[in-house]
Design a protein around this ligand. Sequence first.
Ligand code: NAD
Ligand code: IPM
Ligand code: MN
Length: 358
Amino acid sequence: MKTYKVAVIPGDGIGPEVLAEGIKVLKEVAKLDGTFSFDFVTFPWGCEYYLKHGKMMDDAGMECLQEFDAIYLGAVGYPGVPDHISLWDLLLRIRKGFDQYINLRPIQLLKGAPCPLNGVQPGQIDMLVVRENSEGEYAGAGDWLFKGKPEEVVLQTGVFSRKGTERVIRYAYELARKTGKTLTSISKANALNYSMVFWDQVFVEVSKEYPDVKTYSYLVDAASMFFVKDPGRFQIVVTSNLFGDILTDLGAAITGGMGLAAGANLNPERKYPSMFEPIHGSAPDIAGKAIANPIASIWSVSQMLDFFGQEEWGKIVLTAIEQVLVKNECLTPDLDGKAKTNEVGDAVVSAICAMKKN
Ligand code: NAD
Ligand code: IPM
Ligand code: MN
């Protein structure tokens, strides 16, 4: 029997609450399938760990994670530890250290999910954002000069390498070709006169290899406006690290909220483990109340199953989520329901079981 080794990093706030439900789903899927199983190993890394040990993860943490087929992460960051420390020492360290340069974030309006936009129906928002995930505005390059002095200057440098830019753009073209969808690049060359001029140039260069792919190019400010006014015009979207971060929270808002938004951090070459996570944070405002929506976390499990080549199960999990949304009986307060986090997880599991019986 095939065993998938999954490293579990629940992290902070609602991270552990929502991850428990994704694990429940994976266990049920393995039981129903019978040809594969999961070996979960949980790591206690996060802000509490930092307050005890002065670091977010064990010194040998990265070597340890390397042995796994995938990483399943909840959320990182909590009041009491500065965000730039907690995130750079755990989440961003893993993304960069394992060269997870593709961040795949589906922005899809499922049936039963609330949409704040007038007259927009399920199916009318169906995009996949390919966010650059290893460099760009998140290169971590900069300087802080004359600290505290009147002439104080702070630099935060974006780094766009040819290798880094080409590989994410090529990945998006391949995806567009494979799915027959259009590809939209979102950038900002009018103001960012080095990085984004280069990005746009690479997008055009690579397009020559993909004459079959229909392409569009938008400035990020206009694209944000169209996400709200006419999201149906986007299919596959490729964009830089920071723009992808912001656009996918906006994307979450138009497809039911942060409780429904999932993401996969991929190292496509599979030299290093990939990481699956809800895209929301630790939500300190609702942590510990057992009311966090676990659907984003469960959706990322569907992405993990796809990544393992278990696409049929990935689809079943997503369909089960949709059925729970449509039924509208067991939803958390962010979706105007009264259910607890674990009850939504149970409802998804029941929907999966019911589908397998038929
Ligand atoms: P957040 O995503 O944690 O919360 C934003 C809002 O969305 C809050 O009102 C929260 O209650 C709500 N929300 C988020 N997830 C939800 C869910 N599953 N169910 C119901 N409601 C949900 O963003 P924030 O408040 O800006 O950040 C909090 C902390 O998380 C910060 O430390 C931040 O740096 C960190 N963060 C971590 C990640 C990550 O680990 N991937 C992502 C974003 C933010
Ligand atoms: C996300 C988060 C992270 C990011 C933060 C917490 C560093 O917002 O995964 O979207 O900006 O990538
Ligand atoms: Mn974000």
